[in-house]
Structure formats: structure tokens, C-alpha cells
Design a protein around this ligand. Structure first.
Ligand SMILES: [Mg+2]
Length: 197
């Protein structure tokens, strides 16, 4: 099976670190409270910041998050198992869309952690459904509700790896909401089993 895997919020716990940093930025640097919607994954939607405030946040914290986010619990163990089970793993991420230096940093982190596990790497991808179709991906794992809905609309089987504050979305024939990598492993194995029956 071909499994597509997103990076931020799926392999790295970067979305949560982003949320922490954006709070620190508001309290410490901006000294105000402009929270509009703390469920949104996008800081542009969570806060009422002007263009300069947004840019300053990116300048101060983006590279810090890329370099310091932990791996998601269990991600290495489960992807290694899935690979051993004979699945093909394909990274499909928006990271690197603005600046290619973040691809390099991520490659270094993968190398340092013996995690060069993917068969193929797609960087800087925001239109994920198109890539998944072209690659014939059987199942895509993403943590962004909008990506998941877009993938499902394109009839791509999608696992929505949901974090506590993320929006709820309705599961259907193409979307399954799960909460950790252990659940992802169970879901994929049970799916394989059903295909054999
Ligand atoms: Mg993501």
C-alpha cells in the first residue's frame, strides 16, 4: 500500500509548538490579547494581528519551531513497522514552500535521527489531492481539517490526525478521525485485513 504522510502536526509536534510560541509572542512581545479563535490551526485566524506583527512572529519563531519541534509520540516506531510490513511511504508536505532552507534543515534532522524512511519526498505542496492522485496514494495522513476535507472530496482515503484543539470534522467513507499513531497503525492493519477477506 502507498501511504502519504504530512509533516507538521503528523511527524513533528510542530503545530503545538507553534501554538505555544504564538501565545508567548502575544503575551511577551505584543503585550496584548487579540485571540479570535484558538481552535484554528492558522495563527492568522487565531489572532487579530496586522501584517507587521505576523511577519515579526514568523521571523522570530518559524525557524525555532522547525528546529525544535519533537517527533510525535510513536511516529518513528509505527512508520518503521509500516515500512517493514511492505508499505511504501511518501512524504507530502507544504514545508519548504516559502524557503528551501527549511527543507535542508528537515533533511538534517531526519539524518541525525536515522529517520530517512520515505520512498519519496514532496516538499512545498499545498494542493495535496493532486499529488495523491498522481502518485496513486491509497491513504493520506494529515492533521489539517481543510486538507482532509479537500482530499476526501477528491475521493482519497484520508486519516485526520486530530489534536485536542483542532476542529471536529465529520467522518465519512473517505475520512477517519484518529488521535495518535497507535490508532493509525490499528486502522491500517484492520483495513488490510478486510481487503484480504
Ligand atoms: Mg500538517
Amino acid at each position: 500500500m502507498k501511504i502519504g504522510v504530512d509533516l507538521d502536526g503528523v511527524i513533528f509536534d510542530s503545530e503545538k509548538l507553534y501554538r505555544v510560541c504564538s501565545e508567548l509572542y502575544e503575551v511577551v512581545d505584543l503585550k496584548k490579547n487579540t485571540i479570535r479563535d484558538n481552535k484554528s490551526r492558522l495563527f492568522e485566524e487565531r489572532y487579530d494581528w496586522n501584517e507587521i506583527e505576523m511577519q515579526n512572529f514568523i521571523d522570530k519563531y518559524h525557524e525555532y519551531v522547525v528546529r525544535n519541534a519533537n517527533f510525535m509520540p510513536g511516529v518513528k516506531e509505527v512508520l518503521e513497522k509500516l515500512k517493514k510490513d511492505g508499505n511504501e511511504l511518501i512524504l507530502v508536505t507544504a514545508r519548504g514552500q516559502q524557503e528551501s532552507k527549511y527543507i535542508k534543515i528537515t533533511e538534517e534532522i531526519f539524518k541525525e535521527n536515522n529517520f530517512e524512511i520515505f520512498d519519496k519526498y514532496y516538499w512545498g505542496i499545498t494542493a495535496k489531492a493532486k499529488i495523491c492522485k498522481e502518485e496513486n496514494i491509497d491513504i493520506m495522513i494529515d492533521d489539517y481539517n481543510r486538507n482532509c476535507e479537500e482530499l476526501a472530496k477528491a475521493k482519497i482515503k484520508t486519516i485526520y490526525l486530530k489534536d485536542a484543539p483542532s476542529y471536529e470534522i465529520k467522518d465519512n467513507e473517505y475520512i477517519k478521525t484518529l488521535y495518535n499513531w497507535g490508532e493509525i497503525y490499528r486502522f491500517i492493519k484492520e483495513g488490510e485485513q478486510k481487503c484480504k477477506e
